[in-house]
Design a protein around this ligand. Sequence first.
Ligand code: PMP
Length: 364
Amino acid sequence: MQRVHNFSAGPAALPESVLQDAQAELLDYRGCGMSILEMSHRSHAFSEVIQDAENTLRRLVGIPSNYHVLFLQGGATLQFAGVPMNLMRTGRAGYIVSGNFARLAWQEARKYGEAEALSSSEETGFDRIPDLAPAAERAAAGDLDYVYICQNNTIFGTMFSTLPDCGATPLVADVSSCFLSMPLDVERYGLIYAGAQKNAGPAGVTVVIVRDDLLGEGPALACCPSYMSYRTQADKDSMMNTPNTFGIYLCGKVFRWVENEGGLAAMEKRNRQKAKTLYDLLDRSEIFVPTAQPESRSISNVTFRCATPELDEAFISGARERGIEGIKGHRLVGGMRASIYNAVSQASVDALAAYMQEFEESRR
Ligand code: PMP
């Protein structure tokens, strides 16, 4: 067996011990005589699995008791609609447009109410986090149902290093690509959600963390599908229908892995070191160009490119020959992207860094 250095943006590398653990339990889950894949979501064994996943996540992140944790399906994308359908009670919300997924969420919200772009970095190719001042000003006016951010921009390699000051206006954040990568102060937010397929588990599970008072009697819009009602999902413990049982089971194992590795502060320390390895090299390089502005750089996705697309291509194919996978940039921007989520080791990052140096020297 040979596992590659996996820099995929998601679905992404999972801790090897989690995969081995799941493999060992696959045919007979803890004496049940069947796989976790084969049992009812109403079974005692699965009830324990989902409860344990939630409890571990609550400990890990420090989720206060007035927040619900939901394990939903439909990816982060379904939340682009779920958020406005549930929370647009007066019909107006503000969006900070910091990248492609923030823009998609903003466009989706416009179907359901007045969604304002508070600021945007589109003009500079989303190379930075936009100005946060307009969000603070608009929030202070008190007529927005929420302010929305995408906290880490997976495609452009940028992340918020500070949050907009929204006062009493709920802050809603898509944290898909930075969830569990560093500590999270849940009380700063009204709602947080994350597609699991980067740091939290496999594709097919979306974790939603939502403050009680935002659930009200039900969604803001009567047309909201029952499935997407946070109120209903909270009341039914994410089991109003059949949940992604295997996905939730794997997420629970990843949460425990993060906890055993030292928790979110330990993850942040490692992720910052991995990011520093690559950014230091990029800043010294004469051939690679980092694409995010220094003050906005992500510690989850490191984006860069060479002088020409041909060189990018040569670099990516050479990487593959060395067992380095998943570094091709998103199709919208080209170039390269190294996603260095929790399960990507410093050793993998060092292997990539060594290859980058080798490539640079060979082209001098
Ligand atoms: N938001 C962010 C920040 C993402 O990175 C992605 C996907 N990579 C999405 C939303 C969309 O997620 P999904 O494919 O789970 O719908």
